[in-house]
Write a protein that binds this ligand. Structure first.
Ligand code: SF4
Length: 267
């Protein structure tokens, strides 16, 4: 996370840019141009993107939408190049939106403040932010340029991370600013009821109309998966039914959706 201040506004630290079908949350099934940023300040036990935790020497850029014809470029990437690559992906009528993902995109708030107004004007596509939802200060800086936010709330019993207050402040900020937002919660066999209860209470206190997605954890391939030795098992059907019923005591829309892009063999 050692990005020199002078370069932060005009250079992106990327993992990849590509076109694919969104597999999670409110946008599930839609086609997006994904911009995956490097760096994450969390270390979730279930992380399937540990390769994003550091800045790689090279990032990979898909030349044509969906063809997986990647070319490698050195990091960091000048803002103008990223504009060019995203616009190159933006073939007529294909995409529904641009997804900012990671890692944690809000680590790059100084860059996003410069980049987002330009990419919106260029592509005319809505911008979706996929975030851990624990950086409200950075959210407030980029909020004017966002159309939808997906927060990935971290239950301590599943993720090993604890950010209740930051999650609540972040959600409150979205709600008060009338920015469309949903909450995704990854659940596993070892999910503690007290964690779900607390999440339900906090979300419902902001608004019972905020959509919540319970996402059963995808078992990790031990060869490529998390660096932790902690075994994260998916929940049983009974657990999922009980947890959905519990959450519906706090919020009106609670959907249980696994990671569908992995079923479709998308990236
Ligand atoms: S926030 Fe996302 S990228 Fe970061 S450790 Fe957690 S799952 Fe991995």
């Amino acid at each position: 996370m050692n990005i020199k201040n002078s370069a932060r506004e005009h250079n992106a630290h990327l993992i990849e840019v590509f076109s694919a079908i969104q597999g999670e949350g409110l946008n599930v099934g839609t086609r997006q141009i994904f911009i995956r940023f490097a760096l994450c300040d969390l270390r979730c036990h279930f992380c399937d993107s540990a390769h994003t935790w550091n800045i790689p020497t090279k990032c990979r850029i898909e030349r044509n939408p969906g063809l997986r014809d990647f070319e490698n470029y050195s990091n960091p990437v000048p803002l103008e190049k990223l504009l060019e690559w995203v616009q190159q992906q933006n073939a007529p009528f294909i995409h529904d939106s641009i997804s900012l993902t990671g890692g944690e995109p809000l680590i790059h708030a100084p860059f996003l403040i410069k980049f987002l107004p330009l990419i919106r004007a260029l592509t005319k596509l809505p911008v979706y932010l996929e975030t851990g939802g624990h950086r409200p200060q950075q959210l407030s800086q980029v909020m004017p340029y966002l159309d939808l936010v997906g927060m990935d709330w971290k239950l301590p019993s599943v993720s090993g991370e604890n950010h209740w207050q930051a999650h609540k402040d972040f959600l409150q900020l979205c709600y008060e600013s009338k920015l469309e937002v949903f909450v995704k919660i990854i659940v596993a066999k070892n999910t503690e009821l007290a964690d779900l209860q607390k999440a339900g209470e906090l979300i419902g206190a902001v608004s019972p109309h905020i959509p919540v997605f319970l996402q059963p954890v995808t078992p990790l391939d031990t060869a490529t998966g998390s660096i932790t030795q902690i075994t994260i098992l998916p929940p049983s059907p009974d657990q999922v039914l009980a947890w959905q019923a519990l959450m519906k005591g706090f919020v009106k829309q609670v959907r249980v959706v696994p990671q569908t892009h992995k079923m479709l063999n998308q990236l």
